[in-house]
Design a protein around this ligand. Structure first.
Ligand code: NDP
Length: 290
């Protein structure tokens, strides 16, 4: 049989992108599965985005991740997008299928998968989300599509919380509420799942935590954080101290990477290897993970 030396290309377009850790876990997964795939972390400015998009077909790439500032700009370039990506209005993953570009948003799906891996279902649940940015929107839409009964968005800028609640009301069956974030915000007692979807607590500000009344967290709640470095944030530690079950952002990031891996390769992802690779990467890069 003739040898095939040609690598399949995947990667990410972004600017800034130097600090994006995704390539480390994807390359570890390709190697573990013996796949001749590469994941390239590529700086692409707004001005060069059109040329970069042309390179996907020209170089016969398998797919790409998109990060700031391209997640919305990419929409007109795509032949098809998933239901969730359409509602969110942003795409973080392109998959090339028969020369056509399919757009998906795996941010929210990674979150849902991380919960499922811990035995937590979204069906009929009451969700409270702190924040109303890109991550919050992806998570809110995916939770609603997964059957959550109610999604409450609490945000510093009230208008953004209300706008996101409006999107959910228009496109999903979930009851949606947008609220202004008050000082020492109380979490409603009937909350099933509480999520920090802000960047508060992210390295190097690991001493920071969202301004909520931590005593309003109960042991009945599941508490989750999108912040992945450190994996065990102060927010999660406070929740765990109140007996809540916690799900960290590192798991979400690994699940998102695993979903991308499978979309591009058609192979089941080695999730544990991906999560462990990230954990080690953060230990080396920042000196502590918890
Ligand atoms: P955005 O900039 O789109 O949104 C940030 C949100 O956080 C806004 O709602 C903002 O409120 C709020 N916020 C920021 N600082 C404060 C503060 N001091 N007090 C109150 N609210 C604050 O960011 P993203 O949604 O894209 O990203 C958020 C985090 O999610 C990042 O840390 C990112 O790394 C992480 N993430 C993790 C993923 C994972 O797989 N684990 C995947 C994707 C993202 P306002 O609207 O008032 O400005």
């Amino acid at each position: 049989m003739e040898k095939n030396y040609r690598a399949e290309i995947t990667g990410v377009f972004g600017d800034p992108v130097d600090g994006n850790p995704t390539g480390v876990m994807e390359e570890a997964a390709y190697e573990a599965c013996g796949l001749n795939y590469r994941y390239l972390t590529l700086k692409v400015t707004r001005e060069d985005f059109d040329d970069a998009m042309k390179s996907i077909r020209a170089l016969h790439m398998k797919g790409m991740n998109l990060t700031m500032p391209h997640k919305i700009t990419v929409l007109p370039y795509l032949d098809e997008i998933s239901e969730a990506a359409g509602i969110i209005g942003a795409v973080n993953t392109i998959v090339v299928r028969d020369g056509k570009l399919f757009g998906e948003n795996t941010d929210g799906k990674g979150f849902v998968q991380a919960l499922k891996n811990k035995g937590v279902s979204l069906q009929d649940k009451k969700i409270v989300i702190l924040g109303a940015g890109g991550a919050a929107k992806a998570i809110a839409v995916e939770c609603a599509l997964e059957g959550a009964a109610q999604v409450t968005i609490i945000n510093r800028t009230k208008e953004k919380a209300e706008e996101l609640a409006q999107v959910l009301t228009e496109h999903t069956k979930a009851r949606a509420i947008g609220l202004k974030w008050e000082p020492e915000q109380k979490i409603p007692a009937d909350t099933d799942i509480l999520i920090n979807a802000t960047s508060i607590g992210l390295m190097p500000d690991a001493d920071a935590k969202p301004d909520i009344d931590y005593d309003s967290i109960s042991s009945e709640m599941v508490v989750s954080d999108v912040v992945f470095n450190p994996a065990e944030t102060l927010f999660l530690k406070e929740a765990a101290a109140r007996g809540a079950k916690t799900v960290n952002g590192l798991g979400m990031l690994a699940c998102q990477g695993a979903l991308n891996f499978t979309l591009w390769t058609g192979v089941e992802a080695p999730l544990e290897i991906m999560e462990e690779t990230l954990r080690k990467e953060f230990e080396v890069g920042y000196g502590e993970t918890d």
